[in-house]
Design a protein around this ligand. Structure first.
Ligand SMILES: [Fe+2]
Ligand SMILES: [Fe+2]
Length: 313
């Protein structure tokens, strides 16, 4: 049989190697983190039930305020010209989040007025998104180019961040990992669905690639929901979740690269679509990177606390 490599063109080979390198680097960081934590443990049984507080709330706030400012922009660009009031409200939210971003950049703690103003702004944008969605569902307003599912999607993203600001993070790393995977895999699947519906029908090759991603992420989401349900029985270790997460990481890196490539094509005016601004493609790429970074925080904890092996590779 011929060597598989001969089936790759030079360009494809290079891409494959790059992707593989990134995947290996991801897991080697996870392995190192598990090993480092093991050194920290003085007693025989690691304390795995304490809150995972690696979430830096200030960093989270910086990430999400940019995201929400962009949501308000995407909504505004998608609203019909005659919905003046809604367009003004969208603009005012753009201004509010732009101001919060400047304050967050200068802050070294998320507390006091800054925290209160942030919570108030996030609640406002949630209400705004919900109101627009309700109007469309009830056929009271024309949707413009804001898909109802897009409004619901960005409303859920804001709800999740608000939850993070208001409630402590759940204690068990495995439970937390599965909750995050179910949340983000749904988000990733929907990003692909939006891309499919925003690409020009003549972009057949890209649509076909996106369709493959859609199938993969629908499958991953369904599995994540099954595993989350099984975890209700509180198994002592659940190695399958780690094996599953390897699959999630591999596919999310590929999807992230697909989004980055689409952004580049749109920026270079080499893409036919009805995407209102290339920023949307960069936005969904950043969210894929955020998902990967959250997995990187949680996985070492899960390997340490909820599996009976210390190294995956
Ligand atoms: Fe978003
Ligand atoms: Fe999103």
């Amino acid at each position: 049989m011929k060597d598989n490599e001969s089936n790759f063109s030079e360009h494809e080979k290079e891409e494959y190697v790059l992707y593989d390198k990134e995947y290996k680097e991801f897991w080697s960081r996870i392995d190192n983190s598990v090993v480092m934590k093991e050194y920290d443990i003085t007693s025989g049984s690691p304390n795995c039930r304490v809150c995972i507080c690696q979430y830096n709330r200030l960093e989270e706030a910086r990430f999400w305020t940019r995201i929400f400012q962009e949501h308000a922009l995407f909504i505004k660009l998608g609203l019909p010209a005659d919905q003046k009031k809604a367009r003004e409200e969208a603009q005012s939210l753009i201004d509010i989040f732009s101001d919060l971003r400047k304050r967050l950049d200068k802050a070294d703690k998320l507390e006091g007025d800054l925290l209160n103003n942030l919570i108030k702004a996030v609640k406002s944008i949630i209400m705004f998104k919900a109101e627009l969605l309700r109007q469309i569902i009830q056929c009271k307003e024309a949707p413009g180019s804001n898909y109802p599912l897009l409004l619901d999607h960005i409303r859920r993203e804001a709800e999740r961040f608000l939850g993070l600001l208001l409630k402590p993070v759940p204690k068990d790393p495995l439970e937390l990992l599965l909750v995050q995977e179910v949340f983000w895999l749904r988000i990733m699947k929907e990003h692909i669905e939006f891309v499919i519906h925003l690409l020009d029908p003549s972009e057949r090759e890209l649509i076909e690639q996106a369709e493959e991603f859609r199938k993969t992420f629908s499958r991953l989401l369904e599995t994540a929901r099954d595993l989350e349900s099984m975890d209700d029985t509180m198994p002592k270790h659940f190695n399958t979740v780690i094996r599953f997460t390897e699959d999630v990481v591999r596919n999310t890196i590929q999807l992230r690269d697909f989004k980055a490539a689409a952004f580049e094509l749109a920026t270079l005016c080499k893409l036919l679509s009805i995407v209102s601004t290339p920023l949307l493609l960069d936005h969904i790429r950043r969210e894929a990177d955020k998902f990967l970074s959250e997995l990187e925080v949680l996985l070492p904890e899960v390997i340490r606390c909820n599996s009976n092996f210390k190294k995956i590779k």
